[in-house]
Design a protein around this ligand. Sequence first.
Ligand code: ADP
Ligand code: MG
Length: 251
Amino acid sequence: MTLAASTPDQPVVPRLEIKDLRRSFAGRPVVDGVSLQIMPGQVTCLLGPSGCGKSTTLRMIAGVEMQDSGTIHVDGKLICDTVFRIPPERREIGLMFQDFALFPHLSVADNVAFGLKGSKAEKRVRVEELLARVDLLRFIDGYPHQLSGGEQQRVALARALAPKPRIMLMDEPFSGLDNRLRDGIRDETLSILKGEDTAVLLVTHEPDEAMRMADEIALMRDGKIVQQGAPYNVYTRPLDRAAVAFFSDAN
Ligand code: ADP
Ligand code: MG
């Protein structure tokens, strides 16, 4: 885990801090008081069974869903509470979803450049840098259909990282991939993310994935974070029977 330098007078400010986020649908609390802090360079996995409120939490951070209460701060600055709200496109957040596909009619270069501002030449420099990072420079003028699933995934990662997001939100990004490829792609993705100055919140229902990728696991159930800590600690010291069952039943 890489943390920003800190001195006694200058505490490290979390890159992302959410406090007591809540959201109900039709009177039913779906996110029921979730609080989290993620430092720059850190990967936190929000892990829990289907329907526990993971995606809704992510969508509120992205700004595409509005919370009923609670606050979101980025680098110590308020970006959203119940009265003030910075729109999604100004939150400097990168997104990766399972079905967040590449644009089939655009070249690999144009896919990666999609969210970039600046001159054509400036964009090309950043696109080349990113494609080199994900080891796909040779496909710069190719099209998505010429790439394997794993390669498309790496282009999607390059596209999400291109505008240098402060935060990366990833919602089950590997679940559409072939089982045999998945572990390799998880490792590659992690090493690419670790080279960027970004805080990562990765949503998954697969304990394996969280164990493999997380610096910290936040175990979620029924809209609440029920346990939080280093993967090894959460796995070896589950708080209750439900946590034990989740780790052994999932998959
Ligand atoms: P997860 O990502 O953990 O599987 P979600 O956050 O997608 O869970 O959903 C949690 C619960 O909230 C589910 O029961 C889902 O049906 C419900 N839900 C999510 N979004 C809406 C919505 N826009 N309207 C009504 N119910 C919703
Ligand atoms: Mg979900």
